[in-house]
Design a protein around this ligand. Structure first.
Ligand SMILES: [Ca+2]
Ligand SMILES: [Ca+2]
Ligand SMILES: [Ca+2]
Length: 193
């Protein structure tokens, strides 16, 4: 098969299409400056997903399983590209997020220690039985379910990178500048004493 001049013209675009998946980058939310990324990893347990998320970095910031602490954050997450469903059409598309409980009946917690106040449980969930102590997000129903550490319908996990907001950098810079001023002021005071 030979390549015609017309095909040749489109070759770079074609190659770009092929290489696009490797260029995937986390999607950032203006609401908190954090960036989010779905990782497709069929059958990974919640506990392994937690470790995997913490071993990923973006812009030098370590990730964690996503914590969904407001309706606004949930709404943003609902717009993300889901993990790939590994066993269609059974089981739906599901991914771990960072909510868990220590034992059946214990209060739910987020991996980051953020207050567990906002919830998006499916009606009738969490049933809180059979050591179903981990939250998976259903990317078709856009709601939460409590399930076991291993769940055959799991397709991956959602990572959140808590990139500091620009205002945090600004405050840090102002703090450092203030410290410098205080030092200079102290030195001046010494000289004039
Ligand atoms: Ca969060
Ligand atoms: Ca359940
Ligand atoms: Ca699935």
């Amino acid at each position: 098969m030979s390549i015609t001049p017309l095909q040749f013209r489109f070759l770079p675009a074609l190659l770009l299409c092929i290489s696009t998946p490797t260029l995937a980058v986390p999607t950032c939310w203006s609401g908190n400056g954090h960036c989010y990324e779905n990782i497709t990893d069929d059958l990974i347990t919640w506990q392994d997903a937690k470790i995997a998320a913490e071993n990923l970095t973006f812009k030098g910031v370590r990730g964690h399983l996503a914590t969904i602490t407001s309706q606004a954050e949930q709404d943003f997450i609902n717009t993300l590209t889901p993990p790939q469903d590994q066993e269609p059409p059974f089981g739906g598309t599901r991914g771990w997020i960072g909510g868990f409980q220590q034992t059946d009946g214990a209060p739910y917690e987020w991996v980051t220690g953020e207050a567990f106040i906002y919830t998006n449980w499916r009606v009738g969930e969490p049933r809180g039985d059979f050591a179903n102590n981990y939250i998976d997000f259903n990317w078709e129903l856009l709601d939460w379910n409590d399930t076991a550490n291993f769940d055959p319908a799991t397709d991956g996990f959602l990572v959140e990178y808590p990139i500091p907001e620009p205002s945090t950098y600004l405050m840090m810079a102002m703090g450092l500048a203030g410290l410098g001023f205080a030092r200079r002021h102290k030195q001046l005071t010494k000289v004039t004493e």
